[in-house]
Structures are given as structure tokens and as C-alpha cells.
Design a protein around this ligand. Structure first.
Ligand code: SAJ
Length: 418
């Protein structure tokens, strides 16, 4: 059986590799010539645990190859991005153009799956009509489904296989056919439903997390006002069997949590009150971090501040929607500061400002701010910091360094600014 996967990004590429490993003939399609050329040599540019090995093996076995154009297959999987417009409404243009691009290659009986995250009713109202206009009856001639990806970056290869998978069909038959495609690869449960229910479930998963993080960020701000350690509060409250407070931080990033809740707000703005407010609270965190940095360095004229970590979370190279990037850009624009930026996971071409080594960044710094919980920052060499810094103060916004204030070092945290 042959599968054609459109989009070789953070989701499409691991999906292609895992399907090829399971024995499918897979052709991965991308508009980026470099990605296609590299993949055909068994190479990739994105960072994801275990992915280079699986991709190399799949390409060498002849089961996986890349192309700039789609081709005939038994199943098509669309895994392209759905960005948001300026007004936060979903931009489904890439999904639409991917569907239009595969139409000439689709034949009766094929399975067409959209994995990209989409607003509720997109399969019914936008994707199905594309096939109807091309002369297909989308309910009879093809099997159209939404099967949202739910994998966590950093654990993609494990979660692709082990997570339960939601399969929402335009018709019950489509759902069954799409489920068959995943059965060969997925060991988790395959949960069959309608397309619109699958769309809404996916969005609510990420919204649940975003709302809970907003609650934790609000708790951190309250604790700062009241002189309480929010991390201790979270640790103790979470010993209750039905409480699971999340962790506060510099904001919420990535292409999922910081985006998906807006797809619900867009469709039901009056009803989606808490969802919208949570987005606003999480969006307020970068400025909150900068306000704290200003406060911590207010006694120094043009303090040197070393900003550590640019990615939206630890041990990945993804800077999309990263609150750290917003913080860095605003700090660089602010003439009050002398800023240096360090991230061992990010390449210079990913960002629009210079990057420094650890040594360059900490040299004569008055403050080191941790903005991503990379492993490298969980075991910082304290003597290196105290020897190089002008004033050994750390602001750990991710509560990840494991350091506490002592005689040689002062440590502030979001959630504990006493
Ligand atoms: N974060 C906090 N506090 C927390 C947890 C996370 O501030 O307690 C922040 C992170 O630092 C990061 C952001 O939230 O900036 C998002 O990180 P994440 O690890 O929660 O999730 P993502 O965006 O990497 O992946 C999510 C996952 N969804 C859920 O856990 C419900 C993943 O399973 C989805 O597949 C993915 O979104 C997606 O593609 O939709």
C-alpha cells in the first residue's frame, strides 16, 4: 500500500518515517526543494529525538522518498501548517492548496486524511467541497477524514505509535477506512468518530492545557503580590488526588497551544470567554518577565543581561511563537539594556539577532535570565557563573535550574519573587 504525505515538517516527516518503517511505500511531498533534496539523501534539518536514525533507515530501505509533487497513492495525508491571521483567525490556505494539489492524483476509493489542526467544520465546509467541485461525491467516491495529530515535540516517535488516535470521518465508512491506515502503525486505541467531533476534540485538548497554564501564571502573579512561593503551593495542592495545577513560565509558545484556542474563539466568540481570557493572560507573560528584569536591575545603569534559551520549550530547536523570542526582541530594542543571547539548540540563521556562546553571554553580566528549560541549563556550573558575572543573579523563569539563593548566588523565579 502506498501513502502520499503532503508537508514534511515537524509532523509530516516523522509520520512519513514511521509509516515507511511499518512497511508502507511512502512518498513525502514538500514545496521546499532543500527539504526534498536532503530527505532523498536520508538527511533532515529539524531536531527531534531519534528521528535522524529512523529517517535514514527508511530512506535506505527504499520505503521512503521525497518529491516536490504529489503522486497517485492509496491514502493521502495532509500535514501542513495552519497559521493564524493578524486577527487570530485560522489561515487554512495551506490545507486548501494541499487538497487542490492532490485532487488530480486521487481516484475513487482512496483515503484522504487531514492531520493539520483545523477549525470546527473545516472538513465538511471547506475540504469536502474541493473534491465535490472536482467531480467527486465526497461521501461516496472517496474516504475523507480528520485525524488530528496529538504528539508532543521531543516525544514524537513514541507518541505517534503509542497515543490513542482520534479518527473523524465525513461518513462512518470513511472513518473506518482511515482507521485502517493507522492500525498498522498505532499501538494505542483508535477512536472513531465524526469529522467535526474530531476537530473540536483536538482543539479542546490544547485549550485545556492553555487555560490551565493561564491559571498557573495568574497564581504566580498573585503569589508575587502576596509574598508566597507559587511552586510550593503547586507542589502541595497537587498532592490532592483531583488537582493538577500546571507550571507558570515566561508565556506559552509553540504552534499549538498559542494558536489552537483562537480557532474556537473565532467560531463562537461570545461563548468562548474563559478561553480568550486565558490567551490574554498567557500573552501578558513576556511583558511581565521584562518588568521583573527592569526591577531586578533598576540600580544599575545599562545593565548587561544574558538571556538563555530561545525555543518555546526545552530540548528542541523550535522557536515558533516562542515567548522567549518576544522577550529578547523587546529587550534588544530597549536602550536601557546591554543584551546577549545564548541558546545551544538554535542556529544563527533561525533568528534575526546575534547569538553568543555561554562564556561570552555570562561575561560581566548583571543578570542571567533562563527562558527555556534545556538540559544544559539544569546543571549550570555555578562557579563559572560567579567567576564571570559582574553580579551573580539568576532569574529562572522556568524553575528548571535547581538553584536556590545562597551566599554566592541570588536566584529569582517566576512564582517566587520574594
Ligand atoms: N507550558 C507552561 N507550563 C506548563 C506546561 C507547558 O508554561 O505547565 C508551556 C511550554 O513551555 C510551552 C507551551 O506551554 O511554551 C506548550 O508546550 P507543551 O509541552 O504543553 O505542548 P506542545 O505545544 O509542545 O504540544 C502540544 C501537546 N498538547 C497537549 O499536551 C494537550 C501535544 O500533545 C500536541 O500534539 C501538540 O500541542 C499539537 O501539535 O497540537
Amino acid at each position: 500500500q502506498k501513502i502520499c504525505i503532503i508537508g514534511l515538517g515537524y509532523i509530516g516527516l516523522p509520520t512519513a518515517a514511521v509509516f515507511a518503517r511499518a512497511g508502507y511505500d511512502v512518498v513525502g511531498v514538500d514545496v521546499n526543494e532543500k527539504v526534498v533534496e536532503l530527505l532523498n539523501k536520508g538527511e533532515i534539518i529539524i531536531e527531534e529525538t531519534g528521528l535522524p536514525e529512523v529517517v535514514k533507515e527508511a530512506v535506505e530501505s527504499g520505503k521512503l522518498r521525497a518529491s516536490l509533487e504529489p503522486e497517485a497513492a492509496d491514502a493521502f495525508i495532509i500535514a501542513v501548517p495552519t497559521p493564524v491571521h493578524e486577527d487570530h483567525s485560522a489561515n487554512v490556505d495551506y490545507v486548501v492548496s494541499a487538497a487542490q494539489k492532490i485532487v488530480p492524483h486521487v481516484k475513487k476509493g482512496d483515503v484522504v486524511i487531514v492531520e493539520s489542526t483545523i477549525p470546527p467544520r473545516t472538513i465538511d465546509d471547506i475540504v469536502a467541497p474541493i473534491f465535490r467541485e472536482a467531480g467527486f461525491d465526497p461521501e461516496q467516491d472517496i474516504h475523507l477524514a480528520h485525524c488530528p495529530e496529538r504528539v508532543l515535540p521531543g516525544r514524537i516517535l513514541i507518541e505517534l505509535v503509542e497515543n490513542a488516535r482520534i479518527v473523524g470521518g465525513l461518513t462512518p465508512a470513511a472513518a473506518q477506512k482511515a482507521a485502517d491506515v493507522y492500525r498498522r502503525v498505532v499501538t494505542g486505541d483508535i477512536l472513531v468518530t465524526e469529522a467535526v467531533t474530531a476537530e473540536m476534540s483536538k482543539l479542546m485538548e490544547n485549550t485545556f492545557r492553555d487555560v490551565n497554564i493561564a491559571l498557573a501564571n495568574e497564581l504566580a502573579k498573585i503569589c508575587a503580590e502576596l509574598g508566597v512561593d507559587a511552586h510550593k503551593v503547586i507542589e502541595l495542592a497537587n498532592r490532592h488526588p483531583r488537582v493538577n495545577l500546571h507550571q507558570p513560565g515566561p508565556g506559552v509558545g509553540g504552534h499549538c497551544l498559542a494558536v489552537d484556542p483562537y480557532f474556537i474563539v473565532e467560531k463562537a466568540p461570545a461563548a468562548a470567554q474563559m478561553i480568550k481570557l486565558s490567551r490574554d493572560i498567557n500573552n501578558s507573560m513576556p511583558d511581565y518577565v521584562i518588568d521583573q528584569i527592569i526591577r531586578m536591575t533598576s540600580d544599575i545603569e545599562r545593565p548587561s543581561v544574558a538571556l538563555f534559551g530561545l525555543t518555546y520549550k526545552g530540548n528542541i530547536d523550535d522557536v515558533r511563537e516562542s515567548p522567549a523570542i518576544e522577550i529578547v526582541e523587546k529587550m534588544i530594542e530597549n536602550p536601557r539594556f546591554n543584551v546577549r543571547v545564548h541558546d545551544p539548540h538554535v542556529r544563527t540563521e533561525q533568528v534575526s539577532f546575534p547569538l553568543s556562546s555561554f562564556e561570552e553571554a555570562v561575561e560581566s553580566a548583571h543578570l542571567v535570565v533562563i527562558l527555556a528549560d534545556h538540559n544544559e541549563f539544569k546543571s549550570l556550573d555555578v562557579s563559572k557563573l560567579t567567576n564571570s558575572m559582574a553580579r551573580p543573579v539568576i532569574f529562572d523563569t522556568k524553575n528548571c535550574t535547581g538553584l536556590e539563593s545562597g551566599s554566592s548566588l541570588t536566584v529569582h523565579k517566576i512564582g517566587d519573587l520574594r
